[in-house]
Design a protein around this ligand. Structure first.
Ligand code: NAD
Length: 321
């Protein structure tokens, strides 16, 4: 059994590729290295450099390798930046998927797992987000994830063997392997680590939210736990069992930014009092996901604590500083 992981040279995709290999499933990584790194690709995987926009190249990949399913991780992931680069975001995340799905259809590959995102919900006005909450994306990025989910669903109408699911990730952090780290310049952990390594004090945007300590609450999940859920989903689909169209991958409980800062101070041994800066426009007070359905169907569970997430992320980041 061989699965194709697009974006398998990136932060999440390279964890997914390793989780497949660890489960005895062969992997082909297809990645244009736009934000990924060859160093992140696991030794046991076949690597092919190319863009998901290149349907001919993808068709060759399917012709030359006996691929039984695809995890579609490749994409442009910056919600904030997507507002300034809507065409780029749509090209990468929608046109790219059209060519990937079209190549899969031509090749008769029927199993598919898509990297979706919590951003499909926008700012949900509920304590805990379930899959049935309204989809109300607030950025071009979130919109492209909704369209990506629709595209996967649309395949059912043209392929009776089509089996898929869309995995809605919440805040992915940590590192399963010291050599892989989140290089995003826009996520909380890398931003805080960069400031600490620069000798600066990290900042919290807003401490007057209606939460117990006044700072925003988010649902942090460990990237290695996330990767295992992809393998479980792939195995279920391979058995011919249908999955729900979408699953939240969240913890059911959140952590506040102040709690994260305290954990970072503890793990790094760098004592600091975060600077309190004004709120950032559009930051909801709390987003926490219900992962019950994923726990039931695709072996989703939080195997790692918040301390594990911070420790592994810090160790890996320090190794690369
Ligand atoms: N990191 C998060 O917290 C998070 C949360 C929700 C969803 N996601 C989604 O997960 C996926 C992976 O995120 P990540 O954090 O690993 O990002 P990343 O930037 O590290 O990985 C993306 C990978 O895709 C590759 N890629 C990008 N465009 C491509 C193209 N056109 N053709 C081929 N390869 C291409 C990049 O080179 C990179 O290796 C993205 O689709 C993102 O939207 C991430």
């Amino acid at each position: 059994m061989t699965w194709l992981v697009t974006g398998g040279a990136g932060y999440i995709g390279s964890h997914v590729a390793r989780a497949f290999l660890d489960s005895g499933i062969d992997v082909v990584v297809y990645d244009d290295l736009s934000t990924g790194s060859l160093d992140f690709v696991p030794d046991g995987a076949i690597f092919i450099e190319g863009s998901i926009l290149d349907e001919d190249a993808l068709s060759h990949v399917f012709e030359r390798n006996m691929i039984s399913g695809v995890v579609s991780v490749a994409g442009y992931k910056y919600a904030g930046e997507s507002v300034k680069r809507p065409f780029h975001t749509y090209t990468q995340n929608v046109s790219g998927l059209v060519s990937l799905l079209s190549a899969m259809h031509q090749a008769g590959v029927h199993n598919y797992v898509f990297s979706s995102s919590a951003s499909v919900y926008g700012t949900p006005d509920v304590d805990v987000v379930t899959e049935s909450c309204e989809l109300a994306p607030e950025s071009p990025y979130g919109q492209t994830k909704v369209i990506g989910e629709w595209l996967a669903q649309n395949m059912c109408a043209i392929d009776s063997d089509w089996k898929f699911t869309n995995l809605r990730y919440f805040n992915v952090v940590g590192s399963g392997y010291p050599e892989i780290y989140d290089r995003s310049p826009h996520n909380l952990f890398p931003i805080v680590f960069d400031r600490l390594l620069d000798g600066q004090v990290p900042q919290i945007n807003g401490n007057d939210y209606p939460t117990p300590d006044g700072t925003c609450i988010r649902d942090y999940i460990h990237v290695a736990d996330l990767a295992i859920a992809h393998v479980a989903a792939a195995q279920v689909l391979e058995q011919g069992v249908k999955l729900l169209p979408a699953y939240n991958l969240g913890s059911g409980r959140g952590s506040s930014v102040a709690e994260i800062m305290a954990e970072i101070a503890e793990v790094t041994g760098i004592a600091f009092d975060p600077i309190i800066a004004p709120r950032r426009p559009g930051d909801p007070a709390r987003i926490v996901a219900d992962g019950t359905a994923a726990s039931r169907d695709i072996d989703w569970k939080m195997r790692h604590s918040l301390a594990d997430m911070v420790r592994s992320a810090w160790e890996s980041r320090r190794l690369h500083s």
